[in-house]
Write a protein that binds this ligand. Structure first.
Ligand code: SAM
Length: 464
């Protein structure tokens, strides 16, 4: 069977994914995740304390995708083959990808798409050396499954990065390979603010390298139709189940579960379900009233050049796609108007090819502002990159003295002497948004953003 035939056989693909899921299930030990439980209770309390009939639980994926059940749903092979547009794009621009030694896929999901890209580029841009497929995701289950799937799709050289949140950390630039970067699916739309992700993509790349970004220009009603609709609805039910709300308490809104909203950041597609009877959450004691609107999905709908322009603010240059449009009324041979775009629309799918041209200065701005913060609190501010992902201690209550921040975790009080704090940074990751992290003796402590920090955050992300 040729590599193409393997991808055309959707049942076969699904079978490969199913086997990878079972292997993962058998190899992993079911653990009760007390940290996750605690976080969920807290999030539920926070989201419901406004006593409105709207409880926003969206964008908490990092912890809620982490179960095998969620991962399994997430890696299911889509019923509609979706590689043709990407293939056309890569074929038309193959001269840019000559010499690629490594393909990096950020947020790889089941890795079927990037495995396809790998085989395609092997055909379009043959190379004498072995080419690596480098997979990257923040979900351990998904990453392990993706690794297995890619191997079964006959990619001999697969590497996986230890789980990493692209909102928080760039990839380390390790070697001199010529690399081609991919950020595919609607992943870029799932962040509250794409700028930190773009910044980290910039940091993960070397000058001159290309990044291919895919996103969807989809009406909210399109999320309700056909297979896509079934998958999204199932996603929402599972998502709330992860919060401990059984599906029998949940309904659609007369068949609808998507709407759209516009706020200062842009246009969003919102996924929600309605609580059909009073529900008392067993762990947290939170009571939700019938009719409560539970929001579980928020996806940014980028408009036209909005996304490539954002990349251009952070050290990238978008490739221009030119289209000549001949108007019907024009005499034969008369050239029509030329449209220039920084993205290529292909139905609902949109693509940009972005070249890293320079280092982004955004981080410098953060460090500068945090420098100000550090001085005002007498903190010593370390480099942003010194922050490494490790266990985070959540300081639910805290107080300041002139010399220290006193963090209370359960019954313990931990004093963080200001002079010994090596880093302070706001976190914008979905689960920890509106918090900031400080580092002391190689431990990370996370705090609610108080009004002072919030002001800094607003200064950092002025709405244009
Ligand atoms: C919409 S899926 C896209 C999968 C695949 N790229 C595709 O196009 O089919 C998003 C993937 O990104 C991962 N992801 C989401 N947020 C992430 C983050 N902050 N850091 C790393 N991976 C993330 C999810 O676990 C998931 O596998």
């Amino acid at each position: 069977m040729s590599w193409r035939e393997q991808f055309e056989n959707l049942e076969g693909l699904q079978d490969i994914v199913n086997r990878a899921v079972s292997k993962f299930r058998n190899g992993s030990q079911a653990q009760t995740d007390s940290i996750k439980k605690k976080r969920i209770n807290k999030l539920l309390k926070k989201a419901s304390d406004k006593h409105t009939n709207l409880v926003d639980l969206a964008n908490q994926e990092q912890h809620l995708y982490a179960t095998i059940n969620q991962a399994e749903h997430f890696v299911t092979v889509s019923k509609t083959p979706h590689f043709f547009d990407l293939e056309e794009l890569l074929t038309n621009h193959k001269d840019k990808f000559n010499g690629t030694q490594e393909i990096i896929d950020y947020g790889c999901g089941n890795a079927v798409k990037s495995s396809y890209v790998y085989h395609l580029l092997k055909q379009l841009c043959p190379s004498k050396e072995n080419r690596t497929l480098h997979l990257f995701d923040y979900n351990d289950a998904i990453l392990t499954i993706a690794n297995e799937v890619a191997k079964n799709l006959r990619i001999t050289d697969v590497e996986i990065e230890p789980t990493k949140n692209i909102e928080e950390d760039p990839l380390k630039r390790r070697d001199k390979n010529i690399r081609l970067h991919f950020f595919l699916g609607q992943t870029i739309g799932n962040f509250r603010d794409a700028r930190l992700v773009i910044e980290n993509l910039n940091k993960s790349m070397r000058k001159g390298e290309y990044l291919v970004v895919e996103w969807l220009n989809r009406e909210h009603t399109d999320y309700e139709k056909g297979n896509t609709g079934e998958r999204n609805l199932e996603f929402l039910y599972r998502y709330f189940e992860e919060f401990g709300i059984p599906r029998k308490y949940l309904s659609t809104n007369n068949g609808h579960f998507m709407r759209n909203e516009r706020n200062k950041m842009g246009i969003w597609n919102i996924g929600y379900l309605i609580l059909n009877e009073e529900f008392v959450h067993p762990d947290s004691g939170v009571t939700l009233q019938p009719g409560t609107n539970l929001v579980g999905l928020k996806s940014h709908r980028f408009q036209r050049d909005e996304l490539p322009k954002l990349f251009e603010e952070y050290g990238f240059e978008a490739v221009i796609f030119e289209r000549e449009i001949i108007s019907l009324g024009s005499p034969l041979g008369h050239p029509g108007r030329t449209y220039k775009r920084k993205y290529e629309p292909k139905g609902e799918k949109q693509y940009s090819i972005l070249k890293k041209t320079h280092e982004s200065s955004f981080r410098k701005k953060i460090n500068l502002l945090l420098g100000g913060l550090a001085v005002s609190y007498g903190l010593l501010c370390g480099g942003y990159y010194a922050f490494e992902k490790s266990q985070i201690n959540y300081c639910d209550t805290y107080s300041y003295t002139p010399e220290a921040i006193v963090c209370k975790i359960d019954e313990n009080k931990i004093s963080l002497p200001l002079k010994e704090i090596t880093l302070v940074k706001p976190t914008f990751s979905s689960i920890d948004r509106d918090r900031f992290v400080i580092k002391y003796q190689n431990q990370n402590y996370s705090f609610e953003m108080d009004s002072f920090i919030r002001k800094i955050s607003d200064d950092l992300f002025p709405i244009k």
